[in-house]
Design a protein around this ligand. Sequence first.
Ligand code: G
Ligand code: G
Ligand code: MN
Ligand code: NA
Length: 254
Amino acid sequence: LQLESRLYQTVDARAFEIALQPIIDLKDDHIVGAEALLRWPQADGSYISPAEFIPIAEETGLIIPIGDWVMEESLKAVQRLRSQGFPDLQVAVNLAIAQLWQTHLVERIVSLMRSLDLPASALKVELTEGSLMNDIERMEEVVREFRDAGIEVAIDDFGTGYSSLARLKSLPITTLKIDRSFLNGVPEEENAVSVVNTIAHMAYNLGIQSIAEGIETEAQWQILQEMGCPLGQGFYFARPMPEKELLALLLMQA
Ligand code: G
Ligand code: G
Ligand code: MN
Ligand code: NA
């Protein structure tokens, strides 16, 4: 497999990049954090999407060194940004299911954060709804370990899997990311609006923070604000960008 061997080389050369997409407080549109999104740059200047290579990285086990790299780079980036005048900024890092099986995963993250002098609140981890449904006992254990360490845990792509409400109630997650597919048809279709409204209110009633993903228009922002959804993310506010650009944006906003 050519893709696979090129992936190996990229891991060796540590030649991935991280893009940061701002996460916004929907009340006043200020940036509260950013999601770290892995980028694989190609010789011709294009990028291969993680949607394409993460599954291969999972099959080959490469997700472990890649995931470690993403975590370390994301924490270093947020540490730099926090020290440049944004001490409350948080970074959200996606974790693949295979990473959740690593022994001492949480311990290693905690000690990395300690060595960077970062409090637990500087990090949120994102687990896909699919992974949380995978091995119930293991997932509960990992989520609890993160929570015991004070690290927030989000369910990513919420609503695309088949988590039961009972399951949601039994996991001590802090955040639910409403999958961007739910924003299709918002605000013009009544049913689409109802679904998003229902998810946002369910989260609120469970004491869980919600983040609406894929906000692309001002009208979507408006209606989510009216629903009381606290946080959002999407091209309307900002695309994933290099750390330097995020710093410039933060400075402009300050
Ligand atoms: O940003 P983009 O649309 O290219 O991301 C595509 C998918 O890849 C998303 O589902 C996103 O969650 C996932 N992804 C991006 N970066 C990472 C990462 O560092 N680790 C894992 N496991 N998934 C990632
Ligand atoms: O699965 P996850 O939520 O981690 O994936 C994040 C992905 O969503 C990234 O690939 C990112 O580029 C993409 N994304 C972020 N905001 C928007 C948006 O407003 N519209 C669309 N279509 N994609 C978005
Ligand atoms: Mn995500
Ligand atoms: Na998502």
